[in-house]
Design a binder for this molecule. Structure first.
Ligand code: ZN
Length: 215
């Protein structure tokens, strides 16, 4: 049972209101303290209701409205002021558990945000890297025009030409794919992207050096 229901079992709105100074007539009517009431327009017993301004509720609600505090604080106030045998501790423990749940959810949201940021950053960097690869292949293509066949038919150049469609495919995914496709690439082929970019860079360097040596 919540402390609200427990407090309400012990106290009527009238008991609480009278304790905090409301004058209630024998017929259960009182001048409403929540608006400028000249003639009694509040009916108060287990609950209270003002026929003029429309406010109403139970003992906890009355105290909450009267003192401008939360329903929870109002219940605690009633427990204390009336020395009610209601154990607020159970509720405090629940509140600790609730705080722990909120803390865990916040940590999880932050973790997801961090992964998301890393992923977005990776996508941007990888587009740059892959575009760099394509321009390296292009520059090698140009470079090899008129070069001797032993350089043109090198293993490095063969690897570059083989990798080019794959690089273009990855670029398509990164630039035009939806999030799930990009995420798939990130999760599945992150290493492969690095590996191929590394191979192309190194291959280009070797081709240039080898050609300079043979020239
Ligand atoms: Zn009123």
């Amino acid at each position: 049972m919540s402390i609200f229901s427990e407090v309400k079992e012990y106290l009527t709105a009238r008991q609480a209101a009278e304790y905090y100074g409301l004058q209630v007539k024998k017929n259960g009517l009182a001048c409403c303290p929540f608006h400028d009431d000249k003639h009694p327009s509040m009916k108060i017993d287990k609950n209270y209701h003002c026929f003029a301004c429309g406010v109403g509720g139970d003992a906890v609600d009355y105290v909450s409205r009267m003192f401008g505090v939360s329903q929870y604080d109002a219940a605690l106030k009633l427990i204390e002021d009336f020395s009610l045998p209601v154990d607020a501790k159970g509720n405090a423990e629940l509140s600790v558990r609730e705080k722990e749940r909120i803390r865990r959810e916040k940590a999880e949201r932050e973790r997801v945000t961090r992964i998301q940021e890393r992923f977005e950053k990776w996508c941007i960097q990888t587009v740059d890297i892959l575009r760099g690869c394509i321009s390296e292949v292009d520059s090698v293509n140009h470079f090899l025009i008129g070069k001797p066949p032993d350089i043109i038919f090198s293993e490095d150049y063969a690897q570059m030409l083989h990798a080019e469609p794959l690089i273009n495919y990855w670029l398509d995914i990164l630039c035009m794919g939806d999030v799930s496709e990009r995420r798939g690439l990130f999760l599945k082929d992150r290493k492969k992207v690095e590996e191929i970019a590394g191979k192309i860079g190194a291959g280009r360097k070797r081709i240039m050096e080898c050609s300079r040596g043979s020239a």
